[in-house]
Design a protein around this ligand. Structure first.
Ligand code: A2P
Length: 296
């Protein structure tokens, strides 16, 4: 059962409200010309796209070069942008790669007619993507008090910050057990998470560090699958804990991170508070944290 649950993935947004989005109708050629002609604004990085992978008509990821001086903590987000016409357009995106990685990875939604993602979804290797210099965010290990079991609750592209954290050795130094839940509408949308777990299990040094500490718990809400239902319902019914073979939430040992839609953040937060966990922040570490930047 445990092995079957080892997977994971990226972040989310609907572009107007959350981070990480990308959109729909791609004006590729027109866009490429505009990019070449556009003047890159001062004070931002302009990085080169290295790889793009499309999962569904709603989701894709890309990797790009990492500026030499760019430092971030695993789980943080950055403002990512493109020149659209003569203006830069930015949205908050969780950095999905870990802090040690030489490249940067992002997981994005494609929002039809989204100001950024309608263009971003058309990027190809060699294109340039803008990134503001200062990363930030609350889904960081420093914002949690010490514990034994770390839950990462995500829906859709909300898996992005956790894609970073599950590939960071520090996560496993601080916690004995790491449980990544990822809920999407259908199975195809879970693929990024499955790929991440596969990558970790086959990574030259990560697989030894992670061992059997990482449990992936993927669920879907709109088609048939081994694990079904909203994570909130699975917490309330305790099916999550039964499936994982762990006790109910306990503020003495359990810590949580939440990343998803506004409604999911609120509903999950309510359940953690009901279980006695107290929200923390960078200034005041606590028992769980939420990424509000992705919420409008
Ligand atoms: P559902 O299919 O029941 O709406 P989206 O793609 O719209 O961002 O949704 C991603 C996943 O988050 C879906 O499986 C969706 O379930 C689920 N979801 C939506 N709202 C909530 C909520 N308030 N609490 C928990 N899960 C939610």
């Amino acid at each position: 059962m445990r092995d079957q649950m080892v997977y994971f993935a990226f972040a989310k947004n609907d572009e107007t409200k959350r981070p990480i989005g990308m959109n729909a109708p791609a004006k590729t050629e027109e866009f490429a010309v505009a990019q070449v002609q556009a003047k890159i604004p001062d004070g931002v990085y302009a990085e080169t796209v290295l790889a793009v992978e499309h999962y569904t008509d709603r989701l894709f990821r890309f990797r790009m070069t990492r500026p030499a001086g760019f430092r971030f903590r695993s789980g943080e987000f950055a403002m990512i942008g493109l020149m659209v016409g003569d203006k830069p357009v930015y949205r908050a995106y969780s950095i999905a790669s870990p802090a040690w990685d030489e490249e940067l990875e992002f997981f994005s939604i494609k929002v039809p007619d989204g100001p950024l993602t309608s263009h971003l979804q058309a990027i190809k290797p060699g294109d340039r993507v803008l990134m503001r210099k200062k990363p930030t965010g609350t889904l960081v290990l420093d914002a949690l008090t010490p514990g034994k079991r770390l839950y990462m609750f995500s829906t859709g592209t909300g898996i992005a910050p956790f894609a970073s954290l599950i590939r960071d050795p520090e996560t496993y130094e601080k916690f004995d057990e790491v449980i990544l839940t990822h809920t999407c509408r259908d199975v195809a949308e879970l693929k990024y998470g499955f790929d991440l777990v596969h990558e970790i299990n086959n990574h030259e040094f990560l697989h030894e560090i992670v061992g059997d500490k990482l449990k992936h718990y993927p669920t879907v809400t709109r088609e048939d699958f081994q694990y079904r239902g909203r994570i909130t319902d699975l917490i309330e019914s305790a099916k999550l804990f039964t499936d994982l073979g762990v006790p109910a939430l306990d503020p003495a040992v359990d810590r949580g991170m939440i990343c998803g839609s506004t409604a999911m953040l609120k509903d999950t937060k309510d359940l953690l508070e009901k279980a006695g966990l107290v929200e923390g922040s960078n200034n005041k570490p606590g028992e769980f944290v939420i990424e509000r930047a992705f919420v409008g």
